[in-house]
Design a protein around this ligand. Sequence first.
Ligand SMILES: [Zn+2]
Ligand SMILES: [Zn+2]
Length: 152
Amino acid sequence: MKCKYHPDIISCAKCFICKENICHLCTVEKDDNVYCKICFDKKFKVPEKIVKPVIKEKNIKDQFNILAILSFSLGIAGLFFNLFAAIPAIILSLMARKQIKESGEKGSEFAILGLIFGIIFATIWTILICGYFSMIGTFGITLCAGLGSGGG
Ligand SMILES: [Zn+2]
Ligand SMILES: [Zn+2]
């Protein structure tokens, strides 16, 4: 017998559904039964398409992204722990947003808040630290100048 779909190839199996003779190119095995590709597609492809979005939905985690929460916490902590918390908050926020985009996790709001707090506190602390050091610097110069003039 020749394959129904390949007239030049000898058939090696029979389709479980349409009972046509089919060749090795046309056979699809599933659950110990042999199908031709057409019957297989009709029988299994459609449900598979319905199944696929369900799997995708499962991949969308119903949980918050850890990095986003960390970023948010560090952003707030930036108020007390200055750049040591504010800069990691910015970095973590960027990482969290990337992860959330890929995994579909919750917490993008936290990542954004972490970024905002991180930037705000990093800026404030940078100004404060610069101001502090320039103050010390000015004070030091004044002190040295005073000492120098006093000693001389
Ligand atoms: Zn068939
Ligand atoms: Zn064939």
